[in-house]
Design a protein around this ligand. Sequence first.
Ligand code: 2IT
Length: 438
Amino acid sequence: MSRLRAKYGHEAEYLQAVQEVLESVEEVYNRHPEFEEANIIENLVEPDRIFTFKVVWHDDKGKTQVNTGYRVQFNNALGPYKGGVRFHPSVTLSTLKFLGFEQTFKNALTTLPMGGAKGGADFSPKGKSKGEVMRFCQAYITELWRHIGAETDVPAGDIGVAGREIGYMYGWYKKLARENTGVFTGKGLGWGGSLIRPEATGFGAVYFVQHMLQLQKMDIKGKIVAISGFGNVAWGAALKATELGAKVVAISGPDGYIYDEQGLDAEKIAYMVTLRDSCNDVVAPYAEKFTSARFIAGKKPWELKVDIALPCAIQNELNGDDAKMLIVNKTLCVAEVSNMGCTPEAVNEFTEHKLLFAPGKAANAGGVSVSGLEMSQNAMKYSWTKEEVDGKLHQIMSNIHEACLKFGRQPDGYISYVKGANIAGFMKVAQAMLEQGV
Ligand code: 2IT
């Protein structure tokens, strides 16, 4: 860590993600001298390669706009590089290195043959027209297309990138590469996309929470849930939690949160997608449309008394003070559905108070799992039914939960899902690297 800090001191998120994994695996690592011999940690914490490029495009006024685009190919010990693309003004190299690092272990947990990667740009979709988004996606791919491919690196969506953006990127990729392979996942259902992919991250997270609760002899039915965010991931989580009989009382945006005492229903959940697609990045209009709801400006939903908290927005969105409030309010379970949604201080609070807490690389692995299933379907030139994909997603989330139990059970019986997920993911990647030589 001190070597990494000296080299990348300004990359706070990347250092945070690495530190968490190294702390978790220390004991196991020390029991495997072959890892030390091969210098596996030094090898594993550095991305294989990073592409950084200028993305130049024209806005609707004909003005030239310049952004910075990236793709971090982190590790391909287990399969082709795989991971999403994020378009958000906060994107830096540190963000994408942390996400690529996390993705490597998350993908290992899915048991599917996928390495880890992440890409993106400091582009804000907020207030942009459809044409502007399309031109931006095309300009991004003009630079990136040479470095990706169905057997080398398979991008997908993340914050600011959903079905529409994947369509524009894939359409442009096809023109340049002159091939029609499934190089992106999250494609439209009519042209190679998988059923359940849009819902998969949220669905998988709720399946994971079900396993956590079941182990403690509890049921998700009747539980009160707070969700942050209102994008694709929040939508899937709200849909599944509601279907299973939980009551989702909060969603949030950068402008504040919505408290809807009656809970979300099908109409309200559908409206969430309309809000997201408007590209205004605000949730306040929800309270104007539905009178059962209140808009609380500038606040996060973690001050509410709820049973389950699901951060679904962005990294470090739940801090130590938020965690303290959730603990005082006797929250039963917190699952990171966003990547690294909780700060280290928050994670420490949860662990100290023995709260049921799932880290993102376990809880949100359902999205990339169904991406892996989309790759399989594309390779077979075939598509599975909704039931088949959902069944496989269920099985994968159950396997991840088992892996967390295997490596995360503490002497006092507490399940550290953080340790469990990190050790299970690390062992698989480290072993593969060792077997493949340097
Ligand atoms: O963080 C993630 O796992 C994603 N954004 C999805 C990645 C993927 O390749 O489906």
